[in-house]
Design a protein around this ligand. Structure first.
Ligand SMILES: [Zn+2]
Length: 425
């Protein structure tokens, strides 16, 4: 019943939804810490919402800089970065729903693209560009739910809130946090990350840090009896990381991540000891660093795991003559680390949303857990709002040639509206 209604309400909006996704891809909303310029994209969204008579508000997230919430990233700037919230108030007595998505994107990167990453070109059913899949199309599909209700004059019992937030990438979460701190909360939440139709009910946490070693004498360029270089000792440090890769494979998985080949991965994201740069003559590295990425399962005590890892690193360094002489330094890229989250399969919101997704896309609507961390834990764990993730089909998130399948954006809108009709009825 609700699916038929959702399809009927969305039919007149098909071009509008694709046009909105395209318009959002065409406006640059890259956020590189500590800054981001998402406001222009939020204004594009606001203008597109205007004809629907929704209650739309654009607000500055700068107040975060005065908040004492432990997850505010103190090293980022928020003043002048705007969140957008659209409300479709209910008649009262129903369950409320928050549909949330981030409008910021990562940069286009240095790899060549087949289509201009800002073009929003549609070719053979695919919309191309930075942010097309992660996650401007998902945003368009979520806002379509509010637009469809408003256009048809439908009022449900519960409130529907749709928000577009800043600063999610690079483990930010500032935009989400701003919405929650401000009180834009609800009885359930869904985030429109590109999930290829999976209903994601659990996410992993993540910790990013650099291990830095300064060694070597800038005056000692091949001219001293002993040339000091951190390069080979850093190789031994990679060996220490490898022991953690193996150790974390044996972590207690819990049912949700039981089938993952590597439930709590440890990855090396970058290794640096000098550069292959034609302008730099053959020289000995003076400094070396390794960028490490630990992930955590939803049930883990992240603070305790981080403490154990650091104790192990310091103990390794105490036993190594080089690192005893040239101590390493740990630099956190985000502090505190991201946490995971998990909503039970039997929860009313999981069943409602999974039911809607199955009705629209059939067996493709897997109930699953994500490989990546995101801002879901903020709503779920810090503010007690049961949170799921669901989004369209695509690929290339954070890489060149990112795209989304246009038909799947429309299917995603149907899922969101069907779930809303049932949840807020
Ligand atoms: Zn994303």
């Amino acid at each position: 019943m609700t699916l038929k209604d959702a399809r009927r309400l969305l039919r007149p909006l098909r071009e509008e939804i694709v046009g909105l996704a395209q318009a959002l891809v065409r406006v640059d909303s890259v956020a590189i810490p500590p800054d981001g310029h998402e406001t222009k994209a939020q204004k594009v969204l606001r203008d597109r919402l205007k004809p629907y008579g929704l209650d739309v508000e654009l607000y500055d997230t700068g107040f975060l800089e005065r908040s004492r919430h432990p997850f505010v990233r103190r090293d980022r700037n928020y003043k002048g970065r705007h969140n957008l919230i659209a409300r479709r108030s209910g008649t009262g007595g129903g369950r409320s729903l928050l549909l949330s998505g981030h409008v910021d994107t990562v940069p286009v990167g240095h790899q060549p693209w087949k289509h201009d990453p800002c073009s929003g070109t549609i070719e053979r059913g695919r919309l191309h560009g930075r942010g097309s899949w992660d996650m401007k199309s998902g945003l368009a599909a979520q806002f379509a739910a509010a637009m469809a209700l408003a256009k048809a004059g439908v009022r449900l019992r519960g409130d529907l809130l749709c928000e577009s937030v800043v600063d999610e990438e690079f483990a930010g979460g500032g935009g989400t946090l701003a919405g929650r701190l401000r009180g834009d909360n609800a009885d359930a939440c869904a985030i429109a990350e590109g999930t290829n139709y999976s209903v994601v009910r659990a996410t992993r946490g993540g910790h990013f840090f650099d291990i830095v070693c300064k060694a070597g004498d800038p005056m000692g360029y091949f001219s001293k009896e002993e040339v000091v270089s951190p390069a080979i000792p850093m190789g031994r440090l990679l060996g220490w990381i490898d022991t953690w890769v193996k150790k974390r494979k044996g972590v207690r998985r819990g049912a949700t991540y039981a089938a993952f080949p590597d439930p709590a991965p440890v990855q090396v994201l970058a290794v640096e000891a000098n550069r292959f740069d034609p302008d730099v003559p053959w020289s000995v590295p003076l400094e070396a660093r390794i960028r490490v990425y630990f992930q955590f399962l939803p049930h883990e005590n992240v603070t305790a795991v981080v403490k154990t890892v650091e104790a192990s690193l310091h103990s390794f360094c105490r036993r190594d003559p080089f690192f005893r002489k040239y101590p390493i330094e740990i630099r956190y890229l985000v502090d505190p680390p991201l946490l995971g989250h998990e909503l039970p399969a039997a929860h009313a919101w999981t069943r409602c949303f999974h039911g809607a997704a199955t009705a629209v896309v059939g067996d493709e609507a897997l109930l699953s857990a994500s490989e990546w961390p995101c801002d879901a834990f903020l709503a779920h764990r810090e503010f007690g709002i049961p949170t799921l993730l669901f989004g369209p089909k695509g690929a290339g998130s954070h890489n060149a040639n990112e795209y989304v399948e246009v038909a799947s954006v429309l299917r995603t809108a149907e899922v969101y509206l069907a779930a809303t009709l049932e949840w807020c009825a």
